[in-house]
Design a protein around this ligand. Structure first.
Ligand code: NOJ
Length: 521
């Protein structure tokens, strides 16, 4: 049994594994992943060697946005299990030396949240003040929603309410003290249950300009990144600091590095996801600039960088890296673009050695350690993501249930005789199951296991080393990392031993799309 490392800075260099509960493992046979399934498969995460698990939402929800529409922040949806089971899971993870991060969704709730139900039932209810209700014949603004479409829905009494996501996700009014007090209480609820961190959903969207101006590119945005949001996180940080060893991790999508880093000032969040890195093309120049930008921005506020390749919202990187355009953005996301999965997998292996060797925390999205690809041919009737209906591109393809064992679906995801998995798994995943990859030294899974274990040998800051065009080379202590992103082999620097390689090496040279960790003294 591992012991939790007793420092107050675990989040600075942790490997954090994202569990998407609906798709990790199904314990009760209804075709949907659940807490029982996670508890039964915790050994996978111990064997992988991760330091912490971030659980995507598991709260009661009508699931209009896969649980990111919460109707009760202090309980568990019956589809996933019970609060008692979650408490047992937290204790089991801790016994295995793994920390636990829960996902809190403060920008919006579900239309089934009791506050919204009261607000809807009675135009005079004080709960209307807790949301953004407006009267009038016209829609209050022409703002475009985060999933496309409009951001206001009319109630039967003729009022409008604001929702930056789906109509089933009404936005809270963060100018109201009851909203602030409620979330402070929700944070304490989970921190009191021993969770080690909070992932904050849509962290930059909470505040809105109360004048509700239209979006004007030459003026301050009316709901992205308003300065007042920082007061919220300062108060959250004071709460986190009352407990030992807890981290606040923000989902902050902002292109301006200075604005992004402001969330990581010493009295605000401990860390935030690096979407700049996630979206970066497989190109040495672009990647080096991104790494420098990241490290500079974080150094300025003393916060640890994070390295993220995939999550439950974006095209899996095996698929992205197998395309002509290897960058990611929602605006350019297109399903069905020609993809070379072999190339994508080779690059994903090299990317694992890149992201796991950079200074800071590394995130692993469930299934990336198996080399899963984006499932882009899901039947229309199986698709559940509201983004698909509203914008024509969806996120179901990265949420397909994990293949654990056996030759055919459900690949051990559900027990024998269970209902079909909530999204169909491709037959081709039979070679990517945990069972098929375990013990195969060439598998993605064994590469991740080895890299996570060997990563402990990497310490201190990184420094760039001279590198041939199209390659990245840097050192951390006495380990040199070389990532060849060019189309031609590059020579390896002088070294004593090769600690790890993402693919076969040709007689002292590093083939294209391959990475290596070398001991240099
Ligand atoms: C970001 C989450 O990651 C995504 O899955 C969700 O749809 C939106 N926030 C809205 O909560």
């Amino acid at each position: 049994m591992k012991r939790c490392n007793v420092t107050n800075t675990w989040w600075r260099d942790a490997v954090i594994y994202q569990v998407y509960p609906r798709s990790y493992a199904d314990g009760n046979g209804d075709g949907v992943g659940d807490i029982a399934g996670i508890r039964a498969r915790l050994d996978h995460l111990s064997a992988l060697g991760v330091d912490a698990i971030w659980f995507s939402p598991w709260y009661p929800s009508p699931m209009a946005d896969a649980g990111y529409d919460v109707s009760d922040y202090r309980d568990i949806d019956p589809v996933f299990g019970t609060l008692g089971e979650v408490e047992a899971l937290i204790a089991e993870a801790h016994r295995a030396g793994i920390r636990v991060i829960v996902d809190v969704v403060p920008n919006h709730c579900s239309i089934e949240h009791p506050w919204f139900q009261k607000a809807l039932a009675d135009p005079a209810a004080p709960e209307r003040e807790l949301f953004w209700f407006r009267d009038g014949d016209e829609m209050p603004t022409a703002w475009r929603g985060e999933f496309g479409g409009t951001t206001w829905t009319r109630t039967p009494d003729g009022a409008w309410y604001l929702h930056l996501f789906t109509p089933e996700q009404p936005d809270f009014n963060w100018d109201h003290p009851r909203v602030r007090a409620e979330f402070e209480s929700v944070l304490r609820f989970w921190l009191d249950r021993g969770v080690d961190g909070i992932r904050i959903d849509s962290a930059a969207l909470l505040m809105k300009d109360p004048d509700l101006p239209e979006v004007d590119p030459s003026a301050k945005h009316p709901f992205h990144d308003l300065d007042a949001v920082h007061d919220v996180y300062r108060s959250w940080r004071r709460i986190a600091d009352e407990y030992a060893d807890r981290a606040l991790i923000g989902e902050v999508w902002l292109p301006e590095v200075d604005r992004f880093a402001a969330y990581l000032r010493p009295d605000e969040l401990h860390a935030a996801f690096n979407f700049d890195f996630l979206g970066c093309a497989w190109d040495a120049g672009a990647m080096r600039a991104c790494i420098d930008r990241t490290l500079d921005a974080h150094a300025g506020v003393g916060a640890p960088a994070t390295w993220v390749l995939s999550n439950h919202d974006v095209t899996r990187h095996v698929t992205r890296y197998g395309r002509q355009d290897t960058a990611f953005s929602f605006a350019t996301k297109r399903e069905g673009t020609p993809t070379d999965l072999e190339l994508g997998t080779r690059r994903a292996r090299a990317a694992a050695l890149l992201s796991l060797s950079l200074p800071g925390a590394a995130y692993v999205y469930q299934g990336e350690e198996l080399g899963l690809w984006e499932v882009e041919n899901l039947p229309v009737e199986a698709r559940q993501d509201p983004m698909w209906q509203r914008s024509g591109h969806g996120r179901d393809g990265c949420r397909v249930p994990i293949p654990w064992s056996s030759e055919r679906p459900p690949f051990g995801f559900s027990p024998d005789g269970a209902a079909e998995p909530w999204l169909p798994q491709p037959e081709g995943w039979k070679d990517l199951t945990v069972a098929a990859q375990t013990g195969d030294p060439h598998s993605m899974l064994e590469l991740y296991r080895r890299a996570i274990a060997a990563r402990r040998a990497l310490s201190g800051p990184m420094r760039w080393l001279p590198s041939p065009p199209g390659a990245l080379a840097y050192a951390r202590g006495d380990v040199a990392v070389v990532v060849n992103m060019s189309g031609a082999p590059v020579p390896l620097p002088d070294h004593d031993t090769c600690l790890l390689a993402s693919g076969p090496l040709d007689d002292g040279v590093l083939p294209p799309d391959t990475a290596v960790w070398l001991r240099t003294t």
